[in-house]
Design a protein around this ligand. Structure first.
Ligand SMILES: Cc1cc2nc3c(=O)[nH]c(=O)nc-3n(C[C@H](O)[C@H](O)[C@H](O)COP(=O)(O)OP(=O)(O)OC[C@H]3O[C@@H](n4cnc5c(N)ncnc54)[C@H](O)[C@@H]3O)c2cc1C
Ligand code: FES
Ligand code: FES
Length: 485
């Protein structure tokens, strides 16, 4: 099948690559086709950040920069974008970029293997914060480097480097020029789509889906990428949803927000956090920043992993999903999307188009808990999200989403029933904890045993009760990095 030529900007110059297979990764293209071996492969599964590169697309007058993992990103997905790798930062005379110079001055590089990835996350931080005059706090640096692992535990000098960048002589990307070059490139796309379909409109997406139901749908590729790199699956044809303008938007309505399926996890959580600030930490604990910058909310929901993080939140918030095809659209509560382990009701000609999230009410009490082995950049063993609508101490409505306890993300109906119409007391919380433990029969796997999962599920309800009474907990969220330094 014909493959469209990939075109992107690097160091201000257009690069054209013909005959790239649809399932070839960006890292393979960089290292093997372009012989740019400065970008490293560590894990090949989005975990370590050694392969981090930065992408930019036009936004407003300038550019939107995103650090992403090139190991699980498909090469065709960067068509029409600007790309920076660790080899693109130094000036022509060899002068280092502040992201590099700060690493040198702060002794931030030890083994050096992970360093190109750290430098690229620093470059993303530089563009998104330092160039806008925003301070890089320790908290920000830690959040933005959450997708980069240093196996020799040398995080402190790297965090120092993040904070030192602003004090070095500035280096600016000519954003207006790059944006104009990208607009010109995108106005005259290379002809033909063939093996990698990337429609730009919803109508185009629905037509492509109807015409090519066998094509593998891909969004940010943070799940599908691992099927390529770890399971060695091959895809003859790919349908990429991330260029569809309508699905890249978050739309605000009086009673709900509608998040397009192709909105990145970073932007989707920002929209959720704008309405519900208590979800901030939970959002930042979803993978690491490069995964959130590539992965989409629609991909998380459509993938339907039982340990996926956004679904328990969305279930507890009462979110609906909108499925669309050329035949029309249908809307259903998110929990009704799933029929079994990684199985759903999305038909062969349908796509997930929107996730509609009700706005908060004043009476809402909401907490989202994620239990994972590692605090950052890890997948949940158990997730519990409790949302109570209280009238005084009377539970008007309990809405509870859970992950890691069944074959799909689930609504905890029995625990909800035990609370609805009851007074919110310690006894009610204990009954709800018991109902939660009785309602699900989790499995044992490498993340946790079944017994642990059951125990912790009920414990989280107890914790929710304590926190609802204003009892402060000792928890990792209150841990200040500076104090340990
Ligand atoms: C290192 C790492 C850490 C991770 N940590 C977490 C974590 O903490 N919590 C968590 O929940 N997940 C985590 N994930 C999993 C993953 O990042 C998420 O599931 C992500 O939201 C997937 O979105 P995507 O856009 O990358 O989907 P893709 O990989 O592109 O697609 C996933 C699936 O959804 C389908 N799909 C995508 N969009 C649509 C659509 N619009 N309509 C129909 N089908 C569609 C695809 O066909 C595919 O089957 C992690 C992944 C990695 C690599
Ligand atoms: S190589 Fe580890 S995240 Fe890509
Ligand atoms: S500097 Fe590479 S693992 Fe620490």
């Amino acid at each position: 099948m014909e493959t469209k030529t990939i075109r992107f900007l690097r160091r201000g110059e257009p690069i054209s690559l013909a005959n790239v297979p649809p399932d070839r990764t960006l890292l393979e293209v960089l290292r093997e086709d372009l012989a740019c071996t400065g970008t490293k492969e560590g894990c090949g599964e989005g975990d370590c950040g050694a392969c981090t590169v930065v992408l930019a697309e036009p936004e407003g007058e300038g550019l939107r920069f995103r650090a992403i993992n090139s190991c699980i990103r498909l090469a065709h997905s960067v068509d029409g974008m600007a790309l920076w790798t660790a080899e693109d930062l130094a000036a022509e005379d060899g002068a280092l970029h502040p992201a590099q110079e700060a690493m040198v001055q702060c002794h931030g590089t030890q083994c050096g293997f992970c360093t190109p990835g750290f430098v690229m996350s620093l470059f993303g931080m530089y563009q998104n914060h330092v160039c806008k005059g925003e301070a890089v706090t320790r908290e920000l640096a830690q959040a933005e480097l959450s997708g980069n692992l240093c196996r020799c535990t040398g995080y402190r000098p790297i965090l120092d480097a993040a904070q030192a960048m602003a004090g070095l002589p500035p280096v600016r990307v000519d954003q207006a020029r790059v944006a104009a070059q990208l607009r010109e490139m995108n106005e005259a796309p290379a002809p033909g789509q063939g093996a990698y379909l990337a429609p730009k409109s919803l109508a185009g997406l629905l037509a492509a889906r109807a015409a090519h139901p066998q094509a593998q749908i891909v969004a940010g590729c943070t799940d599908v990428g691992l099927w390529v790199t770890k399971q060695h699956r091959q895809f003859a044809q790919i349908l990429d949803v991330t260029r569809v303008a309508e699905l890249r938007r978050v739309e605000q309505y009086p009673h709900h927000i509608a998040i397009g399926a192709a909105v990145t996890l970073s932007d989707a959580f920002a929209a959720l956090v704008a309405d519900r600030p208590q979800l901030k930490t939970f959002g930042e604990r979803f993978a690491g920043l490069p995964v959130r910058n590539s992965g989409t909310l629609g991909g998380n929901v459509a993938n339907g992993s039982p340990i996926g993080d956004s679904m328990p939140v969305l279930i507890a918030l009462g979110a609906n999903v909108v499925l669309m095809s050329q035949r029309g659209h249908r809307e259903l509560p998110l929990e009704q999307l799933y029929t079994g382990y990684r199985q759903n009701v999305i038909a062969a000609d349908e796509v997930l188009a929107w996730i509609k999230v009700p706005r908060p009410t004043k009476a809402e009490q909401l907490k989202a808990y994620k239990i994972s082995k590692r605090y950052d950049d890890d997948i949940s063993a158990v997730c519990l999200v409790v949302n109570l609508t209280l009238d005084g101490d009377l539970v008007q409505r309990a809405s509870i989403g859970a992950g890691g306890v069944a074959a799909t993300p689930v609504r905890a109906r029995q625990a909800e029933a035990s609370l609805n119409g009851q007074r919110w007391t310690q006894q009610a919380a204990q009954r709800a904890a018991a109902a939660l433990r009785a309602e699900f029969q989790p499995i044992s796997d490498m993340r946790a045993s079944a017994a642990y999962r059951s125990e912790v599920l009920g414990n989280l309800m107890q914790r929710f009760w304590l926190e609802s009474q204003g009892l402060t907990q000792i928890n990792l969220e209150s841990f200040e990095l500076e104090e340990a330094a």
